[in-house]
Design a protein around this ligand. Structure first.
Ligand code: ATP
Ligand code: MG
Length: 559
């Protein structure tokens, strides 16, 4: 289906409906969205969904999207994360209008706080966090006013300035909004706007020792940037009231918050905090380990940006949280790789075949189609000679009736080459098979076959003298259970111990010597592969991106 057709057939999601209504009503002539990551880790597949949503909307409607780093927490944020986030968004194919940092607004936010104090809508509280919590009440019982709630404007201004000037230790005072301690929404019970934290910030250094809380930074940043539609995940629904209250009291640009459901994938975790634990505890080799659900991990694994965007499009957005089946992500990458992969032959577990009627020393360059799905037909050279490797499990000495691979007396086609027949099984003194003696049918050459022989099996193979060796890394799910975060105990107890299988030496057709990092390969009958960054001049290393078929779904059905 063409992209265009797909677009036409899709009905609007609820956010698009809101935007179309706003544009139709003349509320805006263009829209502004933002993607607001906290730079405290690498982006994962859930973030990809948010990126596709935010940037996708301003592709579809007039307007633009900002990239805003939500860097108001000085302790967890790092420049490495900022760079990786930019890299991942670019790789997905999106361009932001402005690169912004919530920390750039610290001055403006401070001024907003002064406005609230002047309006009698904020006060400095000397209570400890425990005292504040104890007076907060419960959803069914009202809270109790803080003894510091009725401080004078002058005293509040003085104390807040001294908080800023570093006169007080961490945790000794906060600035709180004066809303209503009996409010049915607990978040509205005099929320904390500022806390004291003598900590170094990755951008502002030691300039500040008071930092705004999320609720006092996010909506205000949206407003400063004149964001029209501020999209966030469902856990922020109860915060919307405060979001609107602050904008309203400050009389600043009326941004609006809309919520959509978090997208989580099964058999993995999508939380930067948990992913960081996997990295720190060395359960994986890093944020870009090909088993990680991070964008950088998926990229190293061989995922294409197209496949990830397609996946996000297909899952769309929703108002209710659910676990998305990773099989859908795998379906999307198979679809794309089937179109773009170069076909190659690689033998993982070799069994030697000697073509006894093929002259010693003779080499024939066969042509094999590079990718039957490609628009332009291209061929690659494939050397054929007397001694070949086939896959050990493509041979059975005593074969059942419907076995169409190689067996004594039986014929198969070697892909893009000839039909061969197995004449004799050669064994060592222990009875172990060491090679097969076969004969080839000279008239059966692929593309010009006049032998009249029909065979059912086609095997992949390589010429031993020409083969190049490589290492392959085969991946499985990182976790044994669908939703490790909801299981009892620590999520790390559910790690799949067999998520990586390394095959140290496989035998590949020589064209793979020239593999490139950006290229994608289908190893016939083995799956889709890409070159791993650990490769070097001496050693080729391939990652299996995904198997050819969904073996997992089949397995599940059996159980
Ligand atoms: P994490 O728990 O992984 O740190 P987060 O929500 O704290 O996630 P942020 O950096 O704050 O991470 O998120 C940036 C944006 O991405 C936010 O708008 C957030 O709502 C969105 N987002 C994060 N995780 C998901 C997810 N699983 N599905 C959809 N959107 C997500
Ligand atoms: Mg967050």
């Amino acid at each position: 289906m063409s992209e265009h057709k797909k677009e036409e057939e899709k009905s609007l999601n609820f956010i698009e409906e809101i935007i179309e209504a706003d544009l139709a009503a003349g509320k805006y002539d263009h829209i502004v969205t933002r993607f607001p990551p906290e730079p405290n880790g690498y982006l994962h597949i859930g973030h990809a969904s948010s990126i596709c949503l935010n940037f996708g909307l301003t592709r579809k409607y007039p307007g633009y999207t900002n990239l805003r780093f939500d860097d108001t927490n000085p302790v967890t944020e790092e420049t490495e994360y900022v760079e990786s986030i930019k890299d991942d968004i670019r790789w997905l194919g999106f361009t932001w209008k402005n690169e912004l940092y919530a920390s750039d607004y610290f001055g403006k936010l401070y001024d907003f706080a002064i406005v609230l104090i002047n309006k009698g809508l904020a006060y400095v509280d000397d209570s400890t966090s425990e005292q504040i919590a104890s007076l907060k009440g419960t959803p069914t019982e009202p809270g109790v006013n803080s003894p510091f709630r009725d401080r004078s404007r002058e005293e509040n201004l003085d104390l807040f300035m001294r908080m800023k000037n570093g006169e007080f230790p961490d945790g000794s005072r906060t600035l709180r909004a004066k809303v209503d301690m009996a409010h049915p929404n607990m978040i509205m019970r005099d929320p904390i706007l500022y806390r004291i934290k003598h900590a170094h910030h990755h951008r502002t250094g030691d300039e500040w020792c008071i930092y705004p809380m999320y609720d006092f930074a996010h909506g205000q940043s949206d407003s400063i940037e004149e964001i029209t539609h501020s999209l966030c995940t469902m856990e922020f629904i109860p915060h919307r009231e405060l979001y609107d209250w602050l904008i309203n009291k400050l009389e600043i640009f009326p941004s609006h918050q809309y919520e959509f459901a978090r997208r989580n994938l099964n058999y993995t975790v999508t939380s930067k905090r948990k992913l960081l634990q996997l990295v720190n505890d060395k359960h994986v080799t890093g944020w870009d380990d090909p088993r990680m659900p991070t964008i950088t991990g998926l990229r190293r694994r061989g995922y294409t940006p197209e496949s990830i965007v397609d996946f996000c499009d297909r899952i769309g957005i929703a108002k209710r949280e659910n676990l998305i089946d990773v099989s859908l992500l795998e379906f999307c990458i198979r679809e794309h790789l089937n179109k773009i992969s170069h076909r190659r032959m690689v033998v993982f577990d070799p069994l030697k075949v000697i073509i006894t009627n093929y002259p010693e020393g003779q080499v024939e360059m066969l042509k094999s189609e590079d990718n039957p799905e490609a628009e332009k037909v291209e061929y690659r050279d494939l050397p054929f000679s007397r001694e070949l490797y086939i896959e050990a499990d493509d041979f059975m000495e005593v074969a059942p009736k419907k076995y169409f691979r190689l067996a004594p007396g039986q014929m198969v086609r070697l892909k893009s080459a000839y039909i061969i027949r197995c004449d004799e099984v050669i064994k060592d003194e222990n009875g172990k098979i060491t090679s097969l003696h076969c004969s080839y049918i000279p008239e059966s050459k692929s593309g010009e076959d006049s032998s009249g022989i029909n065979v059912k099996g086609t095997l992949h193979w390589v010429s031993i003298a020409h083969a190049v060796t490589a290492e392959v890394r085969l991946y499985d799910r990182l976790f044994r259970v669908e939703d490790p975060s909801s299981e009892d105990g620590d999520f790390k107890d559910y790690i799949n111990p067999d998520s990586l299988k390394v095959v140290e030496t496989v035998f590949a057709e020589p064209s793979l010597k020239k593999s490139r990092f950006d290229d994608r390969y289908q190893f016939l009958r083995k799956g889709y592969f890409c070159l791993d960054k650990d490769s070097n001049e001496e050693k080729l290393i391939f990652n299996r991106t995904v198997t050819l078929k969904d073996a997992w779904a089949k397995e599940q059905k059996k159980n």
